[in-house]
Design a protein around this ligand. Sequence first.
Ligand code: HEM
Ligand code: HEM
Length: 195
Amino acid sequence: MSQDLPQSRSAASRYDTPSLVFHWITAVVVVIGFVLGPEGFGRLIKSGVDPATHSDIVWHETLGILVLVLTLTRLVWLAVRPAAPRFAMAPWMQWAARAIHAALWVLLLALPATALLALGSEDHPLTLLGGVRVDHMPLIAQSSVAGLADWGDVHQFLGDSIMWLAGVHAAAALFHHLVIKDGVLAAMLPWRRRA
Ligand code: HEM
Ligand code: HEM
């Protein structure tokens, strides 16, 4: 059985409430955003269709921007929040958990960034719920980064990658809960475990 590494009594076994809320809202929004990933976006735009008339695109882009806002706010919270719970485990497991968390953080930022690069460099409009739209992004279009890659392809690859990584991450959390039987998953659940 694993032991909590005591820091403070309140921070020892569970994440603080804002961290829980950020984690689960982000996870749900990422999964719904992924499901609504606009297939054949380039073809659609080339054929003269306004993306604002496609609700999957509008929802996908709105949820994606929401992920960006949530992640930036969450990073501020990360800097000031109470100590996160820590559990005793093999060094390789600590290392793997840290590496996967770091990759998830990078992807949460890189997905909106590559999407904006894709839209800006191709001069496609950003179309959000409520009729919000940005038709041109001259700063991106004129930057040297715009021509470095097909940012739509990069974005799609990263979109698939975050789902694979989140799958491994969720499987690891379930492994902790069901096989190792420590408190790692419970630390991120909104309800308290019975003693
Ligand atoms: C967590 C955030 C996001 C995830 C997981 C995600 C995932 C994906 C995936 C998997 C695709 C490919 C869909 C397919 O071809 O079947 C895609 C395409 C696309 N996404 Fe996102 N996305 C995210 C954020 C965003 C944001 C913030 C925007 C807009 C600002 C956006 C705009 C687009 C566009 C325009 C395409 C089509 C790209 C192209 O084919 O050139 N996405 N996204
Ligand atoms: C797209 C989906 C997901 C993303 C992007 C994601 C991302 C993250 C991130 C960035 C952290 C670090 C949080 C922090 O320090 O505040 C984290 C922690 C955690 N996540 Fe997720 N997560 C996702 C889905 C899931 C799912 C489905 C589960 C459970 C089945 C889960 C279980 C956990 C647990 C238990 C922790 C704490 C791990 C520890 O303290 O070592 N996550 N997640």
